[in-house]
Design a protein around this ligand. Structure first.
Ligand SMILES: *[C@@H]1O[C@H](CO)[C@@H](O)[C@H](O)[C@H]1NC(C)=O
Ligand SMILES: *[C@@H]1O[C@H](CO)[C@@H](O)[C@H](O)[C@H]1NC(C)=O
Ligand SMILES: *[C@@H]1O[C@H](CO)[C@@H](O)[C@H](O)[C@H]1NC(C)=O
Ligand SMILES: *[C@@H]1O[C@H](CO)[C@@H](O)[C@H](O)[C@H]1NC(C)=O
Ligand SMILES: *[C@@H]1O[C@H](CO)[C@@H](O)[C@H](O)[C@H]1NC(C)=O
Ligand SMILES: *[C@@H]1O[C@H](CO)[C@@H](O)[C@H](O)[C@H]1NC(C)=O
Ligand SMILES: *[C@@H]1O[C@H](CO)[C@@H](O)[C@H](O)[C@H]1NC(C)=O
Ligand SMILES: *[C@@H]1O[C@H](CO)[C@@H](O)[C@H](O)[C@H]1NC(C)=O
Ligand SMILES: *[C@@H]1O[C@H](CO)[C@@H](O)[C@H](O)[C@H]1NC(C)=O
Ligand SMILES: CC(=O)N[C@H]1CO[C@H](CO)[C@@H](O)[C@@H]1O
Ligand SMILES: CC(=O)N[C@H]1CO[C@H](CO)[C@@H](O)[C@@H]1O
Length: 661
């Protein structure tokens, strides 16, 4: 069912014809940003048919890395050597000559530490907290290479994975020419980049350029371009486009930016930036529940597909929506480009928010009743038509691996938010033995507890999955249950998992899984536990949460632990030392003693650390706080919707957008 079936025609009388004309006019007067990567074949959001290349695109088995990734790694890994030496020298591990060691192993890349970063989901909270980590790890951020700073870790990393809100962060960084978090945060005159004070409901507030109605009309126009080109559209398209005005610094939120165009980016293609990956889960035909054995799909600059033994294949992402059948585009089949819109991909990865987009209309002042009723109608119709997910039509894996692929005979591949299977940290791509990652920095901004702090559920889910057949040979360090996280405080300070490589059965064919440096969202200098569905953030609150993430990453620039930087370096080197049979320096033994989970679990009756005497986890500020109410918060928990401009304009815009659903 479509909205125009539901919306009474009489609603149209709500508009004056002048408003309708305004709605249909596209915005063309923004200054063009220099940071561009528009690649859609038609210059807009709509995908289009292109002549098939001589070597027609094909699906491949997931039994090896793609040749593109192998070639890229050959550039990237050597470029991590110098930053790693700088970083490790600064960490100053007593009695260990980092430069000498890294130079020695650099000649044999397989012994060089291989670092991955995983930024969890959790809406804007995850974007901002994750941004704090990335800023801390980025040597381009001023102050991060001083005492206690972990700057350079990003430059030393091979992979940067994001999911849902973490995927917004990763996408925004790459869609904007691998800009620093600081640049994105500072913004630019006449740009709405990272301006979260104006929610996506009201749209960007650029004087003289935009108003809410025109913004929604633009979004609606972009999506109808796609539909007019005969591609399925869903609420995910609107969601992704609306977010783009905050995440992509280009006119109209860069409608033609694609994920595959990252592969053409100068920094990325020359190995000067890590390999970005986004995740989504597949929903099996006819099912509503996403279980832990849902097939996990990844999007990277070269490919989209899954390592899981179900689908077990990858398609060139640039040619998504081409007529693949049995892994090839048969003669007569169309080749399509531009379907891999970066906004559609980060919208897919965060589709949990689709319902939010509609449901939360009710929380905005000034929206007339009829519109609220229409929104409810849309929600119900979406439920009926299963249109609340992102549809990949035609399914690139049609007729592929018929024996094991649950969607081998469906026209649509239905994908949902990457955190729906509880694995809210994008660890999956970094656990693939073929990628041989040594250490994962896992930034967890999940809202598990009543007060929106993590309790280890996301990490535990990945461990549980690693024990089931769908893991297909991937291993994950043992992780205790949520009660233990709370009782031992593992969710309120950094914890390392899987420190002892000898605790894993390893054979000539399998190596131990990565060591996981778990970095849970916790209050260092601000209460960063804003609810997942808070739609807008004043600049000072945004900045406080980013800084809190930075303080978590650096343990307050070392003020909470003067050895933290050293301990991070030990985690980076640990697996490499095992491979080269190098003795672990005493300074690192001390770190592992302090940060590694040692296998202890807590009984069901154990008390909650940070419970403030009560049963509910309610931590206080670690730095400069005390009672938990002071300190630089700005991040108070109240849910507010910034409605700066007329509710009527908003209503007009929303109806314009919804009309074309
Ligand atoms: C991207 O950033 C690099 C610096 O890292 C700069 O040299 C280059 O010109 C930028 N590209 C665009 C298109 O702005
Ligand atoms: C998911 O896992 C459970 C238990 O391992 C199994 O019974 C079920 O069939 C699996 N579902 C799918 C779709 O693989
Ligand atoms: C290609 O895919 C489109 C969209 O699903 C479909 O309408 C068309 O029939 C397909 N063509 C072929 C030759 O498979
Ligand atoms: C896989 O299934 C499709 C129909 O969904 C069929 O056309 C194709 O021949 C099958 N392939 C194999 C190898 O069985
Ligand atoms: C941990 O979080 C999950 C939600 O992710 C929740 O279901 C569970 O009850 C929480 N555990 C505890 C002990 O509070
Ligand atoms: C740590 O250093 C950064 C960058 O210099 C600064 O913004 C932050 O406030 C410092 N944190 C603390 C707790 O001093
Ligand atoms: C493991 O850690 C717990 C605290 O988390 C501690 O009480 C216990 O003594 C440690 N066990 C060993 C064998 O070190
Ligand atoms: C070592 O492995 C065993 C078996 O998987 C597990 O029960 C234990 O928790 C592991 N110890 C640590 C510290 O991870
Ligand atoms: C944030 O956490 C503190 C306790 O740590 C709690 O008092 C506050 O209510 C929480 N805010 C939200 C929005 O849950
Ligand atoms: C290590 C392992 O079990 N790999 C299997 C993963 O799944 C594919 C497809 O089912 C198999 O071919 C691999 O052997
Ligand atoms: C402000 C407001 O109403 N927020 C709601 C948005 O939607 C989510 C999901 O339905 C609710 O949990 C929030 O309370």
């Amino acid at each position: 069912m479509h909205l125009y079936d539901i919306l009474p025609l009489t609603l149209l009388t709500f508009f004056t014809s002048a408003e309708l004309i305004r709605i249909s006019r596209r915005n063309e007067d923004l200054t063009v940003s220099p940071r561009a990567r528009p690649d859609g074949p038609g210059g807009g959001y709509a995908p289009a048919e292109v002549p098939c290349p001589d070597e027609r695109p094909t699906v491949r088995f997931a039994n090896e890395l793609s040749q593109s990734e192998i070639d890229w790694l050959a550039k990237r890994r050597p470029l991590t050597v110098d930053p790693m030496i700088d970083f490790l020298k600064r960490a100053n591990i007593d009695g260990f000559d980092a430069e000498d060691y890294i130079r020695k192993v650099a000649s044999n890349v397989k012994d060089l530490p291989n670092i991955g970063i995983a930024v969890s989901g959790g809406g804007y909270r995850a974007l901002m907290n994750g941004a704090g980590f990335v800023a801390a790890a980025d040597s381009r951020t001023p102050g991060t290479t001083g005492t206690g700073g972990i700057g350079g870790l990003l430059q030393s990393s091979t992979y940067l994975a994001g999911l849902s809100g973490g995927g917004w962060l990763v996408s925004s960084i790459y869609a904007n020419n691998f800009s620093t978090v600081e640049t994105l945060r500072n913004g630019r005159k006449d740009s709405s980049i990272w301006n979260f004070a104006d929610s996506i409901f009201v749209g960007p507030n650029l004087p003289g350029v935009f108003d809410t109605a025109r913004y929604w009309a633009d979004v609606a126009g972009q999506v109808s371009d796609k539909r007019d080109a005969d591609f399925e559209t869903s609420i995910t398209d609107y969601w992704g486009r609306a977010l783009s005005y905050q995440l992509i610094d280009a006119p109209d939120g860069g409608p033609s930016y694609t994920f595959s165009s990252i592969a053409d980016d100068d920094d990325f293609s020359n190995g000067r930036a890590p390999f970005p990956i986004l995740l989504a889960d597949s929903r099996y035909p006819g099912e509503r529940i996403i279980s832990l054995n849902a097939t996990v799909f990844e999007f990277n600059p070269f490919e989209m597909g899954s390592w899981d033994p179900t689908t077990f294949g990858f398609v060139p992402i640039r040619y998504l929506a081409s007529n693949f059948s049995g892994g090839v585009v048969p003669s007569g089949g169309r080749c399509i480009r531009g379907f891999d819109s970066i906004s559609y991909i980060f919208g897919t990865s965060s589709s949990l928010f689709n319902a939010f987009l509609l449901q939360n209309i009710s929380s905005i002042d000034g929206v007339p009743d009829f519109l609220l009723q229409a929104a409810v109608g849309v929600l119900e119709s979406l439920d009926d038509s299963n249109n609340d997910i992102a549809q990949y039509v035609p399914n690139p894996f049609l007729g592929w691996n018929n024996g094991t692929n649950p969607t081998s005979d469906t026209i649509a591949l239905d994908l949902v938010d990457g955190g729906m299977d509880l694995q809210n940290i994008p660890l999956h791509p970094l656990l693939q033995p073929l990628r041989a990652v040594d250490v994962i920095f896992a930034v967890d901004s999940s809202a598990d507890t009543i007060y929106s702090w993590p309790n280890g559920t996301a990490l535990r889910a990945t461990y549980d999955r690693s024990l089931s057949p769908i893991a297909n040979g991937t291993q994950f360090p043992p992780v205790p249950d949520d009660k233990t996280f709370l009782a031992l405080g593992l969710n309120s300070r950094p914890t390392f998992f899987g420190c002892d490589a000898a605790n894993f059965s390893s054979s000539s064919s399998s190596s131990p899984p990565p060591l996981v440096v778990y970095l849970p969202n916790a209050p260092y200098t601000a209460f960063s536990n804003v609810t997942t569905f808070t739609p807008s953030y004043p600049d000072n609150q945004r900045d406080a949460i980013i800084r809190n993430g930075l303080d978590a990453a650096t343990q307050g620039n070392g003020t909470l632990d003067g050895q933290w930087l050293t301990c991070v370096a030990c985690a980076v080197l640990s697996r490499s030392w095992t491979r080269t049979g190098t003795a672990v320096p005493a300074a690192c033994e001390a770190c592992f003693e302090r940060y590694c989970w040692n296998g202890t679990t807590a009984g069901a009756s154990a008390a909650v650390v940070g419970g403030g005497g009560g049963a509910e986890y309610s931590p206080t500020l670690k730095i400069g706080g005390g009672d938990g109410s002071s300190g630089e918060s700005g991040a108070s928990g109240s849910v507010r919707v910034a409605v700066g401009r007329s509710g009527r304009a908003l209503a007009v815009g929303l109806v314009a957008a919804l009309m074309v659903l």
